[in-house]
Design a binder for this molecule. Structure first.
Ligand SMILES: [Zn+2]
Length: 88
């Protein structure tokens, strides 16, 4: 079991969280015109980088999305922050 720090609720069990995607992934503006293989790549392909990663997670209890900075090798969570901070 791992503890993730929700920026709104504090430390919680990892089972309360859902991975929402890698930070910076941009939805194609012309989704209805994009080729199916390219759409599938957008939906399912991940960079899956080794080391420092920035990801979007959802805390299912409070339904807030937030950015988690973590080390994908050690699984250590280095920081979490609200997505609202990135939007400003
Ligand atoms: Zn929360």
């Amino acid at each position: 079991m791992q503890i993730f720090p929700c920026p709104f609720c504090g430390p919680r069990n990892e089972t309360e969280f859902h991975f929402a995607g890698e930070l910076g992934k941009v939805r194609p503006a012309t989704a209805e015109k994009i080729a199916a293989p390219d759409w599938a790549t957008y939906l399912y392909a991940q960079r899956n980088e080794k080391g420092l990663v920035h990801e979007v997670w959802m805390h299912l209890t409070c339904s807030e999305l937030f950015v988690m900075e973590r080390d994908s090798v050690t699984m250590q969570v280095l920081d979490t922050r609200s997505l609202r901070e990135d939007a400003q």
